[in-house]
Design a protein around this ligand. Sequence first.
Ligand code: SF4
Length: 397
Amino acid sequence: SPQQPYPEPVYPRRPTRTVAVADVLIGSQHPVVVQSMINEDTLDIEAAVAGIRRLHEAGSEIVRVTTPSMAHAKAMEAIRDRLIQTYKPVPLVADVHHNGVKIALEVSKYVDKVRINPGLFVFEKPQPGRTEYTQAEFEAIRDRIRETFTPLVQTLKDQNKAMRIGVNHGSLAERMLFTYGDTPEGMVESALEFAQICAEQDFHNIVLSFKASRPQVMLAAYRLAAQRFDALGLNYPFHLGVTEAGDGEYGRIKSAVGIGTLLAEGIGDTIRVSLTEAPEKEIPVAYSILQALNLRKTMVEYVACPSCGRTLFNLEEVLHKVRAATQHLVGLDIAVMGCIVNGPGEMADADYGYVGKNPGFISLYRGKEEVKKVPEADGVKELIELIKADGRWVDPA
Ligand code: SF4
C-alpha cells in the first residue's frame, strides 16, 4: 500500500499553512499528497463511483471529479452517498470551470474542496479589436469578480471546506493576457486576484496551482508564485502538475522533470501526474517521484549497477528475482551489484547487498559488512534467510 511511513524530507520545504481536505492535510508540515482525477462522466453515477474507488485504492489520496454543469454538480450528492455506502468516504474535489459560480455553490455541499480556474470562473467576454484594458476597466472587472466570487468563499468558509485556485497557462482571462502577456507573471497575478478576495474574507483554506504543458513555463510560474505570495504573507500550499504531459515514457519524464525539480527546491505540497492513460497509471509515477526525492518511502529502494564487462552474473535477471522476492519489504534499501570493484560505497548505504564475488559466487552484505559468500544459485534464498535472521522479514500479504 502506498500509505506507509515516510522519512523526514531531506529538502527544506517552503513553509506553508496547512489546508484540510476532509481528513487529508496539505502543507509543508505534512507528507506531499498524491491525487488524480477520474475520467468517467460524472452523470454516470455507478461508473464515477467505480472510478473514484479504483483511484483511491491505487493510492490517490484525494480524487477530483469534473462538474461542468448543474446536473453534474447535483450528481455529486449521489456519488458521495454511494461511496460511503459501498466503500468509504473519499476526499473529493469538484472541478468547476466556465462561469461556474452557481455550480460551485451547489457542489460545495457534497465535496471537500472546489477547484476553480480564475481565467474562466467569471465570464469576461472577449472584445474583438481591443488590445489593452485601462486601469479603471481592469478594476471594474475585479469588482465584478469580487461580487460574484465572495458567496463561494463564504460558503466554503462556513462549511470548513477547501478551495484550489487552479490557474492554467492556456486559459488566462483576456484582461490578464493583455496586461501581463501569456507569461508566468500573468498566471501568478490571475491567482493572486482571487486569493486576495479570499484573504479579505479571512478564508485561507486555499491551495494554489500554476500548471502548464511545458515544464519550463510551470517551473517559472511556481517559483514566481512562491516569491510573490510569500512576500504578501499568503503562504498557501501548492498543487503541482504538468498538464497535458502526454503518455508513455516521455509523459512520465516530463512530469518527473517539472514536478521533481520543484519538489527538490522545497516547492510543492500535493501533486498530480497527468497522463493520457488510465488515471490509475499516474499513481505509481507520482509515488516514484516522491520516493526518488526521499520525500515519501512507499516501496523498496533498489540500487543496481548498470552492468558492464566485469559483471559476474545476469544482472537484469537477478534484479528481477530479487525484486519479486522482496518488493513487499517497504522501508528496506537493497543493492544488486555486478561486482565489488568500486567497493561497498557504491551500494549507496543500502541495508543489504547482493554482489558478484567470483564466477559462480556472490557475496551478501549487511550494510558495508560482507556477511557471507554463497553459490549464485542460492543467492536469492540466502538473501531472504539473512533478512529473516535480522528480524526484518515479513511475509507478503
Ligand atoms: Fe561493472 Fe561492477 Fe560497476 Fe556493475 S558494479 S557496472 S559490474 S564495475
